[in-house]
Design a protein around this ligand. Structure first.
Ligand SMILES: *Cc1c(COP(=O)(O)O)cnc(C)c1O
Length: 432
């Protein structure tokens, strides 16, 4: 390979890792399976940058897949963590920091009157589904093609073609009997949802979705879609659940529900809320959350849930985000980046479609518009894979898949954005 990048040490470490862990990684998408080359092994991160074990520096647009919205290793978060660390890492008993973070979440997120902390987004989504079922006494759930809600059995369903495909498991090991209760519809297709409700009277506990999709590239809700889901769920005695694990505290301080003015019954959170430590949460109306053990009969627990270290990182991160002008800054910065990417592609006659909201962006190498996962699939993944490698060589770290959103942070400067746009210009022009 004519790689300009020296990745000798990365290759050595990843080579060993492959014998130690499946695929050499702790989470699949890190393995660079859908882009050129081997994964880069990181040594440290700071602000908008990541350094690999060979000493190369990258401007990072993955941000640990979302949490690093204030920039990596923010000095105030680190200082708060160091102070908390001295008092111990896990109590297994109530701590006041849980109250603090709970109050902040309840103040910020319109749908949340009560919250339960867990350790990951997967855990939050798994618990919220149990809660949807417990509260409604119904077993079925509607999800959308291309939306990711963690790796729990009942969410591992990809929709086939057709409007309302009955779910078949995406992974061996997931029982058909489990996913039989998972109904799927194309994103932005309200009619498909209405049909599912008509076909399954009094059987659907609710609808769960990413209010802005970040796990199939970046897809925004069409006007009226979220509002329509709010109505159709209410009409059918079902719950509306926003999975804001990615969008929470990123699309705005109150999440996508604040930005779009549609209030779900329940919300899941993760990523930003943990400020880089493992935290997830689910919350919603008091009446529903009171079903959760020990105040109600729905069981859900966690040895490390609400631990002081994780709560501290969350609290500090939200404090930083709450400051005046934060989201205006993120919005402008991200828009500038996206505009630069779109212009650069067009200058090289490369078809592209992209969007940004607040500190999230995404582009597809196709004409667009992209309103659902099916349309997203027309993107040129081979070209993306090459661009991804070229950008790495130019010191820019993008998510290693054509179907992931990009994340900016408060630490990214105008200079970082300009350098990134320049790298895109060069890459697009080299490949066209
Ligand atoms: C990342 C993500 C999850 C899963 O969270 P983990 O912390 O990785 O378990 C669930 N839902 C959405 C929308 C996500 O982006």
């Amino acid at each position: 390979m004519t790689d300009a990048l020296n990745t000798k040490r990365s290759e050595e470490i990843f080579g060993s890792a492959k014998n130690l862990m499946p695929g050499g990684v702790s989470s699949p998408v890190r393995a660079f399976k859908s882009v050129e080359g081997d994964p880069i092994v990181f040594d440290r991160v700071k602000g908008p940058y990541a350094w690999d074990v060979d000493g190369n520096r990258y401007i990072d647009y993955v941000g640990s897949w979302g949490p690093a919205i204030c920039g990596h290793a923010h000095p105030e978060v680190i200082a708060a963590l160091q102070e908390t660390l001295e008092k111990g890492t896990s109590f297994g008993a109530p701590c006041v920091l849980e109250n603090q973070l709970a109050e902040m979440v309840i103040d910020a997120v319109p749908s949340v009157e009560m919250v339960r902390f867990v350790n990951s987004g997967t855990e939050a989504c798994m618990a919220v589904l149990r809660l949807m079922r417990a509260f409604t006494g119904r077993d079925k759930v509607i999800k959308f093609e291309g939306c990711y809600h963690g790796h729990a059995d009942m969410f591992l369903v990809k929709a086939g073609s057709g409007v309302a495909t009955l779910g078949l498991p995406d992974s061996p090991g997931v029982p058909r009997s489990t996913t039989a209760n998972t109904l799927t519809a194309p994103y932005n297709d309200l009619e498909a949802v209405k049909e599912l409700f008509a076909e399954n009277p009094d059987a659907i506990s609710g609808v769960i979705l990413e209010p802005v999709v970040g796990n199939a590239g970046f897809i925004t809700p069409e006007p009226g879609f979220l509002e329509g889901l709010r109505e159709v769920t209410q009409e059918n005695g079902a719950l509306l659940v926003f999975d804001e694990v990615m969008t929470g505290f990123r699309i705005s301080y109150g999440g996508a529900q604040e930005r779009f003015g549609v209030t779900p019954d329940l919300t899941t959170m993760g990523k930003v809320i943990g400020g880089g430590l493992p935290v997830g949460a689910y919350g919603g109306r008091k009446e529903i959350m009171s079903m959760v053990s020990p105040s109600g009969p729905m069981y859900q627990a966690g040895t490390l849930s609400g631990n002081p270290l994780a709560m501290t990182a969350g609290i500090k991160t939200l404090e930083l985000l709450k400051q005046e002008g934060t989201y205006e800054k993120l919005e402008a910065l991200t828009k500038k980046l996206l505009d630069g990417i779109l212009t650069a592609a067009k200058e090289s006659n490369i078809p592209i479609h992209g969007q940004s909201i607040s500190a999230m962006f995404g582009f597809y190498l196709c004409e667009g518009p992209v309103r659902n996962f099916e349309e997203a699939k027309s993107a040129d993944t081979e070209r993306f894979s090459k661009i991804h490698r070229m950008m790495l060589e130019k010191g820019v770290y993008l998510a290693p898949s054509a179907f992931e959103a990009g994340f900016t942070s408060l630490a990214h400067s105008e200079d970082d954005i300009n350098a990134t746009i320049k790298a895109f210009q060069e890459s697009f022009s080299e490949i066209s």
